[in-house]
Design a protein around this ligand. Structure first.
Ligand SMILES: *Cc1c(COP(=O)(O)O)cnc(C)c1O
Length: 392
């Protein structure tokens, strides 16, 4: 069956892939140079240097040629050695999914789950180490996007480091939208990408690797080499005088280069502040409309996406269809365990501007009404505007 043609969305308030910055779109459309052309070699080394600056990390990051799921799988395959015991922290769908890869490479995977509207508590991690001092690797999702909740990464990282273990972090949908970086959180492998808060397109993984993670991966005989999944193969590829393992995605590299230029020129603190303000406006509006946030507490609600509980008896599919068809607004559904229970409005990159909260809330309220669920639309927009105006 051929899908029905639809008009382009008017607003994309998704949780990734997201709307991209116009400058990124222009960069993606640049001439695609030969990968050993001196002009591209300079861009390629430069994009790594910019990523290092953005990540505030001591080591040179690695860029892998596929959207961040490649980085997650490569990280599991490279860092986890066959004898390792892994503690997988799962506060949401991505956390749960990581255990699938971890189990493929580890001797044993211990799971620490919390309800998917809550966050991992540091004392739970401490208790897990007391019960199993042989834990070697801890895997954690910083912002578990299908729940729009954030884990206390710095506190968890301190515990992992104190026990001499390695921390593998999925920061795909938090990096660039809030104050998080690999060194300050003591992350050993820190995986992110252009296609969430940096406002780029889905096609690359950005990976920060600590010195000790390099050592561990090199000592792991099972770590992929001469493979699409390899991290090790790319260690020196950033240098203009070194070869690539295979052809990098030239257009995607150009796009990432532009996204990093925007991020660094605006200033990370400013970028994080507009994500935070947009999130606060969203949350105030959701509550004032008479709806409920998915997160058990606002303290763990993400600054880069807002998850709204779908009330009992309301169909999330009908709601999403109404908001897209009536107003041209594209939002995200839940995934797996959270599917049907919530809808998510992303405010990442381009749409992390406070007035997008008003757009999202208005369209969401209109869609709820259209499917027969009354909300106080006026109170919602007033509450969002009050948050925005208080910050001006
Ligand atoms: C988006 C995202 C990824 C990348 O996965 P895709 O669903 O394929 O885009 C990984 N982890 C998290 C937390 C994400 O939000």
């Amino acid at each position: 069956m051929v899908a029905e043609a639809a008009d382009d969305p008017v607003f994309t308030l998704s949780c990734g892939p997201v709307e991209i910055y116009p400058a990124v779109a222009r960069a993606l459309a640049k001439p695609v140079h030969y990968h050993y052309d001196p002009a591209f070699l300079a861009v390629y080394q430069g994009v790594h240097e910019k990523a290092q600056k953005a990540l505030r990390t001591r080591t040179m990051p690695v860029i892998l040629q596929g959207e961040p799921v490649l980085g997650l799988e490569a990280a599991a395959a490279s860092l986890i050695a066959p004898g390792d015991v892994v503690l997988n922290l799962a506060s949401g769908v991505y956390g749960k999914l990581f255990a699938f890869w971890a189990a493929r490479y580890a001797r044993e995977v211990i799971e620490l789950d919390v309800p998917f509207n809550e966050a991992i508590r540091p004392e739970q991690v401490e208790a897990a180490f007391r019960a199993r001092p042989d834990i070697r690797v801890v895997s954690v999702v910083h912002h578990d996007t299908p729940s729009a909740t954030v884990n206390p990464l710095k506190e968890i990282g301190a515990i992992v480091a104190a026990h001499g273990a390695y921390m593998l972090v999925d920061a795909v949908s938090s990096f660039g939208g809030m104050d998080v970086d690999p060194d300050a959180t003591r992350s050993d492998l820190f995986i992110t990408g252009p296609n969430k808060c940096l406002g780029g397109s889905p096609g690359l993984t950005i990976l920060a690797v600590s010195e000790r993670a390099w050592d561990k991966m090199k000592a792991n005989p099972a770590a992929p080499r001469a493979s699409f999944l390899s991290i090790l193969d790319w260690e020196n590829a950033w240098r203009a005088d070194q070869g690539y393992p295979f052809t990098p995605s030239v257009a995607e590299i150009n796009g990432l280069d532009a996204a990093l230029d925007l991020y660094l020129a605006e200033g990370p603190e400013k970028v994080w502040a507009r994500h935070d303000l947009t999130a606060r406006a969203f949350r105030a509006g959701v509550k004032a409309m008479g709806l409920h946030l998915w997160a058990a507490s606002e303290a763990i609600a993400s600054p880069t996406a807002t998850a709204v509980r779908v009330p009992e008896g309301v169909s999330d599919a009908a709601l999403r269809s109404a908001i897209r068809q009536r107003y041209g607004v594209m939002i995200s559904s839940g995934m797996r365990e959270t599917a049907g229970k919530l809808v998510r409005l992303g405010h990442m990159g381009v749409t992390a501007k406070p007035l997008y909260a008003v757009v999202g809330l208005t369209a969401l309220g209109g869609a709820f009404r259209a499917i027969g669920h009354e909300v106080d639309l006026g109170a919602g927009t007033e509450a969002a505007m009050a948050v925005i105006d208080a910050a001006l």
